[in-house]
Design a protein around this ligand. Structure first.
Ligand SMILES: *[C@@H]1O[C@H](CO)[C@@H](O)[C@H](O)[C@H]1NC(C)=O
Ligand SMILES: *[C@@H]1O[C@H](CO)[C@@H](O)[C@H](O)[C@H]1NC(C)=O
Ligand SMILES: *[C@@H]1O[C@H](CO)[C@@H](O)[C@H](O)[C@H]1NC(C)=O
Ligand SMILES: *[C@@H]1O[C@H](CO)[C@@H](O)[C@H](O)[C@H]1NC(C)=O
Ligand SMILES: *[C@@H]1O[C@H](CO)[C@@H](O)[C@H](O)[C@H]1NC(C)=O
Length: 410
């Protein structure tokens, strides 16, 4: 397939949703912050900006080095420096590093970034770590490794994993996501081999029951029992949400009960992080991969696309349990997966994201353990399905373009 462009619009970002080259699972590990120790593979050069902006570049925007910002209100979380991607005019603008040749095939890598945003008029925005790869035949792929809502108040850690199956001829990792005008601040971006958990330290119960939902009162049979509002918002129960389980959960669970058709509606949200929450500390088992599933929807009054995100606060760190962005008033599936590898003392799950003033509707939130092998096979099957399917191409325009014809080969 070849698509020819005869307009003046130069293809500056082609997003091929061709296949998940990587299973991105959010992981909470003992090795979360702290300096890079022995065994670091140095995939990222100058990961903490100790060497200025060397080896980094702006992706369509400017980058700057800082010791502090806002008259000393913003300091690095660790080390002496942080970088900013500034003068961003597109959501895909950010800070990037070319890591071609520094990543091995079929090895799982863990990516950890400490980020925040800086802007005048918004308090949070979705930030994503993306891997761009170009194959020898010039096909390109964009892989989302991790994303989360990030605030202008605190540094937030994004974490994900990836594994390459092919032999890309170029590989670039970058941060992107917030709307134009919002600066992305980066304290560090580290890529290292995902640690293999020694079998001895892996108390995986052979008899763990896969599929058992750990959320209390998921179906809202009992009002909002088990749920509490995070922030100064209000929860109530409505009816009319889908009875079918969202497709991703259906594929994992096989047989299932139908949902109740009841949903939690969150009103009086005065900030984007406000939503329904539940403590799940005692229900999580270490080293199991959990899948997250829910239907979500927003009320009227949104002025643009809204992100809805299932977030886990694990001892005050954020882990992404799945995210969806939409611009209508329909029900959307949200799905993700995560794993905890270090005993936490506090885990809260909550649903958040839409702008303040926009009501949030959540139905059938479930979190259940899945068998990683089975899930991996499933993902591979999905990739094959997607390969045979139509491809979505997203083009954004580069302003100063005088190119008349461009082509994309798939
Ligand atoms: C990283 O930056 C240093 C300092 O500018 C430079 O000497 C080195 O060649 C760079 N490495 C790569 C792989 O670009
Ligand atoms: C970046 O934006 C700032 C503030 O809007 C402006 O003063 C500056 O000239 C811009 N820099 C570049 C290189 O565009
Ligand atoms: C924030 O301000 C910028 C520039 O003034 C504007 O383009 C943007 O739409 C504003 N965003 C919001 C959420 O108000
Ligand atoms: C597995 O089940 C057995 C019997 O029900 C129980 O004694 C054991 O503690 C379980 N193992 C784990 C790791 O939960
Ligand atoms: C929601 O906000 C409105 C207007 O600010 C207020 O009148 C109402 O009491 C609030 N409702 C709840 C349940 O807090």
């Amino acid at each position: 397939m070849e698509i020819l462009f005869s307009s003046l619009a130069l293809v500056s970002a082609v997003i091929l949703h061709l296949g998940l080259f990587a299973e991105s699972i959010s992981v909470y590990q003992a090795t979360d912050t702290g300096p890079v120790g022995a065994g670091d593979d140095n995939v990222i050069l100058n990961p903490r900006f100790e060497d200025g902006l060397n080896n980094w570049s702006g992706k369509g925007c400017k980058i700057e080095l800082h010791e502090s910002m806002e008259d000393g209100k913003i300091f690095p979380q660790s080390g002496k420096f942080f970088a900013s991607a500034t003068n961003r005019t597109e959501i895909w603008n950010g800070i990037e590093q070319d890591i071609t040749g520094r990543v091995q095939r079929k090895v799982a890598y863990q990516v950890t970034a400490v980020v925040r945003i800086h802007v005048d008029n918004v308090t949070s925005a979705g930030v994503q770590i993306t891997l761009w790869l170009q194959e020898p035949d010039f096909r390109e792929q964009y892989i989302a490794i991790a994303n989360s809502q990030v605030t202008d108040k605190d540094w937030v850690q994004l974490q994900g994993e990836f594994l390459l199956n092919g032999f890309p001829s170029r590989l670039v990792i970058y941060l992107e996501g917030p709307s134009p005008g919002t600066d992305i601040l980066v304290n560090s971006l580290v890529v290292k081999r995902a640690e293999k958990i020694p079998a001895s330290a892996r108390p995986i119960s052979k008899n763990a029951t896969f599929g058992g939902n750990i959320i209390e009162n998921s179906y809202l049979d009992d009002g909002t029992t088990g749920w509490f509002p995070l922030g100064n918002c209000a929860l109530s129960v409505g009816t009319g949400s889908p009875h079918v389980l969202p497709p991703m959960a259906r594929d994992s669970l096989g047989t299932y009960e139908s949902l109740s058709g009841r949903y939690i509606i969150v009103t009086n949200r005065s900030d984007s992080w406000m939503g329904p929450a539940q403590m799940i500390t005692d229900k999580l088992k270490l080293y199991l991969t959990y899948q997250v599933s829910a239907w979500v929807r927003i009320g009227p009054g949104a002025t643009g696309p809204q992100i809805v995100n299932v977030a886990l606060s694990v001892d005050s760190q954020w882990i992404n349990g799945g995210e969806v962005e939409f611009n209508d008033d329909k029900w959307h599936e949200i799905g993700g997966s995560f794993r905890i590898e270090k005993q936490p003392s506090n885990v809260m799950v909550y649903v958040q994201g839409p702008a303040s003033g926009v009501d949030l509707l959540v139905s059938g939130l479930q979190i259940f353990p899945v068998n990683r092998q089975v899930r991996f096979k499933y993902l591979k099957k999905q990739i094959d399905k997607i390969r045979k399917r139509d491809i979505i191409l997203k083009f954004s325009r580069l302003e100063s373009s005088n190119t008349v014809r461009n082509s994309v080969k798939v």
